[in-house]
Design a binder for this molecule. Structure first.
Ligand SMILES: *[C@@H]1O[C@H](CO)[C@@H](O)[C@H](O)[C@H]1NC(C)=O
Ligand SMILES: *[C@@H]1O[C@H](CO)[C@@H](O)[C@H](O)[C@H]1NC(C)=O
Ligand SMILES: *[C@@H]1O[C@H](CO)[C@@H](O)[C@H](O)[C@H]1NC(C)=O
Ligand SMILES: *[C@@H]1O[C@H](CO)[C@@H](O)[C@H](O)[C@H]1NC(C)=O
Ligand SMILES: *[C@@H]1O[C@H](CO)[C@@H](O)[C@H](O)[C@H]1NC(C)=O
Length: 504
């Protein structure tokens, strides 16, 4: 730059202005994300749709066809990828008629009312190793039946099928991307699926998680999990990989090339970084990873093998406090936003824009349930009370290395009591705990610690879903939870896992 004369500098300025103008016209916006609703207090769908639009998300992936969610998306212009849960794979595989009904009811009718459904995602990570062989027989036939049903409905061109796959469907035996191929136990199945998608002009969809690489392997080189670092590069012939995301993606591209599909389109169905529930999951790390990812998306900068970045669906929009924590406590904390649509950390979305929080959210009263000053830690009912609270509410922030992991025993109990009280919509009898607790109007959240890091330990107040005067008897306690019976069953069984994790 220093040798440039005035003329070329003016040209540069002009070009820069043109580029800025172009960016302005097109909008640097054009982001995609996953919107999950496994939450005791999901944000009202109309608030979420506004949140999406104001933050430039014009594509959204849903995990199931929820009428309220789909209705809120009608006429929003937002492109929808509609997921089908794994439980549906067997019935869909066994009956075309079932698939026809599913499409009629869950796709055609919503398209008619203005929902811009562009993809149907059949199953969710059905070949995850931990599922063993459970969905191996049903995924492809289900995919074929959904495709047939879409064609029958006259939607064959407009709506494309895909299967969101986890990155463990491929591997490399050389340790570098050029050794990539499909996992040997599902190699032929993968080829059949890719062939079927390809014939129907549909893309493959893959979920890639650098966080999991880091979290599951204590020797994983930390810097390599993020973008924009030059340490720990992996050299693969003439290509140098500086981050695991690009190396991982190109391993899949190699697998496709090797099997005769060099131009197969591939989308990234999930990618993100959680903020709690694990020592590597915090606002700082999530901000670093996601900013790097947004920068890449804005520049459309792909990988050495696919120079143009495909659509990347961020995982996820908001936290979900009722998700299974089988994979780990971090599973409930993937949101770019908190459960209530408040911003966790800043993200530059290009063009000087930053994240904006949800608007119009109604909260329960500004009051918390805490351990009362008179209560004794040695009270024989203490442990049982905390355990009870954490059985029905989300205590994943209390674990080792988590946002509230540094609390002393009293604050720790207060956190648990409050979480239960809030989850039960501040019902009067939800702050009793054998007389160990009391209601306070003073925010018990800890202030920023003396260190440099921000304290992100929050004593939540739940959002008001108009449910705070529900049943009082202990047996119906759980029915205060919000989303109908099936959700409750999920929550109860998940918290059993949570107890064993938290309480050994
Ligand atoms: C529509 O989808 C929902 C959720 O995926 C499912 O419960 C329902 O059975 C589907 N409708 C039909 C007619 O299959
Ligand atoms: C920490 O707090 C400051 C000021 O409150 C904020 O600007 C910054 O984005 C926060 N950083 C993270 C990683 O949350
Ligand atoms: C906080 O509570 C959790 C859940 O009961 C427990 O596992 C943990 O040991 C407690 N920590 C402290 C410091 O008391
Ligand atoms: C503590 O629990 C015992 C039973 O374990 C019960 O009899 C007693 O009333 C409880 N104490 C308080 C203060 O609730
Ligand atoms: C709880 O406290 C209230 C008032 O402080 C008292 O009347 C009641 O007997 C206590 N309950 C138990 C079980 O100790």
């Amino acid at each position: 730059m220093q040798n440039q004369n005035m003329g070329s500098r003016n040209l540069m300025i002009l070009l820069t202005l043109c580029i800025i103008g172009e960016v302005f016209a097109v909008g640097v916006f054009g982001f995609a994300c996953n919107w999950g609703t496994r939450s005791t207090h999901p944000l009202p769908p109309n608030i979420v749709v506004r949140l999406l639009k104001e933050n430039g998300f014009d594509k959204v992936k849903l995990f199931e066809a929820e009428p309220e969610v789909l209705k809120a998306l009608a006429k929003s212009g937002i492109e929808v990828m509609l997921g089908i849960p794994n439980d549906f794979l067997a019935p869909l595989a066994s009956s075309v008629q079932f698939a026809v009904n599913w499409v009629t009811h869950n796709v055609s009718s919503y398209i008619t009312s203005g929902v811009n459904i562009r993809y149907v995602a059949v199953g969710n990570e059905p070949f995850l190793k931990t599922y063993k062989d459970k969905y191996l027989q049903t995924t492809l036939p289900a995919l074929q039946n959904i495709q047939a049903a879409l064609i029958k409905a006259g939607l064959g061109k407009q709506v494309k099928i895909t299967v969101p796959l986890n990155a463990d469907v491929y591997e490399t035996d050389t340790g570098v991307p050029s050794g990539g191929n499909f996992r040997s136990d599902i190699h032929d199945l993968m080829i059949s699926i890719v062939k079927f998608l390809s014939i129907n002009g549909a893309p493959l969809s893959i979920n890639i998680y650098p966080f999991l690489s880091l979290q599951s392997d204590p020797h994983f080189p930390k810097e390599y999990a993020y973008f924009g670092s030059n340490s720990n590069p992996i050299v693969d012939g003439s290509i140098t990989y500086n981050n695991v995301m690009e190396a991982n993606f190109d391993t899949l591209i190699t697998a496709l090339e090797k099997n005769g599909f060099p131009t197969m389109p591939v989308m990234i169905g999930e990618m993100g970084w959680p903020t709690d529930g694990d020592p590597s999951a915090n606002n700082e790390n999530a901000q670093r990873f996601n900013q790097g990812l947004f920068d890449k998306i804005i520049r459309k900068q792909g990988t050495p093998k696919r120079p143009t970045l495909p659509d990347v669906y961020m995982f996820a929009l908001v936290d979900e406090d009722a998700k299974s924590i089988d994979p780990g406590n971090f599973e409930r904390h993937w949101g770019i936003f908190n459960f209530d649509g408040t911003v966790k950390y800043g993200l530059n979305l290009g063009n000087g824009r930053n994240l904006v929080p949800a608007k119009g959210v109604r909260y329960l009263a500004r009051q918390w349930c805490v351990m009362s000053p008179e209560a004794n830690l040695l009270d024989p009912n203490f442990t049982e009370s905390v355990n009870y609270a954490c059985t029905y509410a989300d205590c994943t922030s209390l674990g080792y290395g988590s946002s509230c992991g540094m609390l002393d025993a009293r604050s720790n109990a207060s956190f648990a009591f409050n979480m239960y009280y809030q989850t039960m919509n501040q019902r009067k009898d939800a702050c009793q705990f054998n007389n160990l607790s009391m209601i306070t109007k003073a925010d018990p959240s800890p202030g920023p610690p003396s260190g440099t890091k921000n304290s992100s330990c929050r004593f939540e107040i739940m959002i008001d879903l108009g449910k705070h005067q529900l049943a009082r008897s202990p047996s119906s306690t759980i029915t205060g939870l919000g989303n109908g019976l099936s959700r409750i069953v999920v929550i109860t069984s998940l918290f059993v896992v949570s107890i064993s994790v938290l309480f050994g």
